[in-house]
Write a protein that binds this ligand. Sequence first.
Ligand SMILES: Cc1cc2nc3c(=O)[nH]c(=O)nc-3n(C[C@H](O)[C@H](O)[C@H](O)COP(=O)(O)OP(=O)(O)OC[C@H]3O[C@@H](n4cnc5c(N)ncnc54)[C@H](O)[C@@H]3O)c2cc1C
Length: 406
Amino acid sequence: MRSVDFDAVIVGGGVVGALTTQLLANQGLQVCLIDQHRPDDPTGTLDTRVVAISPGSQRVLQHTGVWDAMDAQRRSHYSEMVVEANGQSLKFSAQAHGLPALGWIVEQKHIQATIWALLQEMPQVTIKSPAQWDHWVSTEDGFKMHLADRQGDLSETMTGRLLIAADGAHSPLRRRAGIEASHWHYNQVAWVGPVVTTNHRPGLAWQRFTDWGPLALLPIPAHESQTSSSIVWSIPSHEYQKRASLSDEEWLAILNEQLGEGDAAGPMGPILSIGPSTWIPLRRQRAKQLVKDHLVLVGDSAHSVHPLAGQGLNIGVMDATALAECMASHPLDTALKRYERWRLSQSTLQATGIHWINETQRLPMGLGRLALGGSFAVASRLWPIRDLMIKSACGLDADSPQLARR
Ligand SMILES: Cc1cc2nc3c(=O)[nH]c(=O)nc-3n(C[C@H](O)[C@H](O)[C@H](O)COP(=O)(O)OP(=O)(O)OC[C@H]3O[C@@H](n4cnc5c(N)ncnc54)[C@H](O)[C@@H]3O)c2cc1C
């Protein structure tokens, strides 16, 4: 059986794994990327899975050439953000914080496919896809991994110094390595997809904590001159179960009832129609360690968070960037220790904050929204708090990797 040696093997070619591959290959390392699927990125229709990219992540993507290689027509920026609870609102503007934008809404598949296209041009990168690992063992100076082909027969063996798990929240690699993770089922689903709203408010990202949970309307490029937003509505699973027996019109009526009538519906006004949508069960998980022997976790394999703050992928981008920065300036052992210390504390802080916002808003009898509304009222009067919040959400605080802050 043929055996190939790499500096690093990355399992999982989502945005985080693909970006990690690119950042390490840019340092001249021989890198192998393995994924069970190749990304598909159909043009012409908007994919339902869009993500908010923070200015810090945008800078990393810009630096690696991904941003310029992406289709600029397929993203929208937002320079204003409003979050509402219990009639109180917290407003942020890019200009006030000296930023070109507070974020961009982009199809996740488009980012992933763009990075893959760039990787295919890099001589230091080997892509194995569709492929998956069958088993692997730690060795004295790294690891040895066997790949399985489509039929499940062993087809190749590879060795390497560093094995990187970027294989998502269920992370088979993390589980196989015996790294413990804490799990939290929210008993909520996120209902996502494009909607047509009454008013067109380009440049505004708006979120309200409704009776059922946080509802965000995010600007997306207008298709066929319709006023479009992408909706992310996190709702209790038992309420979502009703959806199956309801027509689109009945579901739309429930949605608008939650928003309120007239001006109460918010700046985009009532929703006129819904497009193709999907739903995703929500849970939080957090690995107790990020490094074990020669295995390191990045992205959702290390931590997945509630989508209410639009941060999961951004935290993963910071993992990839931090790992590459540590490896560029330290020997491997030291680099991994520094990476773990850095990202475990930083991502835990962000994930805990997001988790408690969600838990607070779920307190019964409207108490949660009352508490959130009260804190919004206080924060809206305190500039340093708002500035701290925006720097952290944008990936621009002092603890962010240099590439994000540059
Ligand atoms: C409703 C919703 C809205 C969200 N909105 C935002 C947002 O606005 N902003 C934001 O920053 N984040 C957002 N997120 C979070 C974001 O989607 C995730 O954090 C992100 O997808 C994690 O990327 P990843 O590359 O770590 O993992 P994934 O995207 O899960 O990729 C994992 C990859 O590993 C591969 N893989 C898995 N197992 C194997 C195996 N055994 N062998 C080979 N390959 C394997 C998969 O094929 C896949 O390509 C949202 C999440 C949800 C649910």
